[in-house]
Design a protein around this ligand. Structure first.
Ligand code: F6P
Length: 342
């Protein structure tokens, strides 16, 4: 019986299980056996797997996270790990592997393709920063969670006449801050792509207060930095993909705003709340479409490709192109958001 593997790597996001379910359902229909590689690339290094049957994927569509686990393991950062990956791929008798992940996981997939493994990818991340696809699954759920949080913060901000700073995720790209900020009617949105000008932020808030508003909402992406500053880190230690742990810009910004405006300010950090829980209908549908596309590519033996959304169509793009650079925010959309600042 033909066999394929599937793995999920990097930070989890809502919608991963819909891709797994779609691949398993379609693959079994086509006469394949599906092996889940546990905890991303770590599972392929250690040959840690689980058989995925129709029963295993039953009822997982509304479930957040990933039923096969994930990790930030990079085989290219561990002596002998790439050889282990190739060895275990062979040992498991895989015809192909479907890798579901963001820039890091898909970056490894692209390299392994060059080394001769048959891999196709599906793009996930709440950050929405993968190139060659209009959107990644997980993003829609994250912006809905962040928008609801902003709505809730609005009412308490108004009651107390306060500034509310909301820190959202977004390492190198401010998609979550931008779209949740627009949807939630934020008064200032700060993103990694545009350095923060503190004087300008405080002036916007003062102007808003001068026209009779006694409260404001400021949305800031975790990766945003002050002009002439660096990113605010929780931890300097690098992970296996060279990333530091971000977080903390919200509190620094909140202190500065209170000091410079005199307005009482509170800070909320949404953190992993944005990554947990049940996916929206949009993410379930997109995940399902990506899973079906990935399996279609396996059936056609069209390896080295990634499922992508282009307009309303799901297409296949070269993995290499998708991981060559990050997709930062559309500045036209940022200009629209700016109309509502202050
Ligand atoms: O998956 C992307 C992301 O959510 C980033 O926005 C964030 O910086 C990072 O993951 C957090 O990762 P971890 O789960 O390792 O704390």
């Amino acid at each position: 019986m033909k066999k394929i593997g599937i793995l999920t790597g990097g930070g989890d996001c809502p919608g991963l299980n819909s891709v797994i379910r779609a691949v398993v359902r379609y693959a079994i229909k086509e006469g394949y056996r599906v092996v889940g590689i546990k905890n991303g690339w770590k599972g392929l290094i250690e040959c840690d797997t689980v058989d995925l049957s129709l029963a295993t994927v039953s009822g997982i569509l509304p479930k957040g996270g990933t039923i096969i686990g994930t990790s930030r393991t990079n085989p290219y950062k561990k002596e002998g790990a790439v050889e282990k990956v190739k060895e275990n791929y062979k040992k498991l008798g895989l015809e192909a592997l479907i890798a579901i992940g963001g820039e890091d996981t898909l970056g490894v997939a692209a390299k392994l393709c060059v080394e001769g493994l048959n891999i196709v990818g599906a793009p996930k991340t709440i950050d929405n920063d993968i190139s060659c696809t209009d959107v990644t699954f997980g993003f829609d759920t994250a912006i809905n969670i962040a928008t609801e949080a902003i709505d809730r913060l609005h009412t308490t901000a108004e009651s107390h006449n306060r500034i509310m700073v909301v820190e959202v995720m977004g390492r190198h790209a401010g998609w979550i801050a931008l779209e949740a900020g627009i949807a939630g009617g934020a008064d200032v949105i700060l993103i990694p792509e545009v350095p923060i000008d503190l004087i300008e932020v405080c002036d916007l808030l003062k102007k808003r207060h001068a026209r009779g508003k006694s409260f404001s909402i400021v949305v800031v992406a975790e990766g945003a930095k002050f002009k002439e500053g660096t990113m605010v880190l929780q931890e300097e230690k690098l992970d296996q993909f060279g990333h530091v742990r971000l977080g903390g810009i919200g509190h620094i910004l909140g202190d500065e705003i209170e000091k410079n405006t005199g307005y009482e300010t509170r800070v909320t950090v949404l953190g992993h709340i944005q990554r947990g829980g049940t996916p929206t209908a949009f993410d379930r549908v997109l995940g399902t479409r990506f899973g079906v596309k990935a399996m279609e590519l396996v059936l056609k033996k069209d390896y080295g490709k990634m499922a992508a959304l282009e307009g309303n169509k799901v297409s296949a793009v070269p993995l290499k192109a998708a991981v060559s650079e990050l997709k930062t925010v559309d500045m036209e959309l940022y200009d629209i958001a700016k109309i509502f600042f202050g």
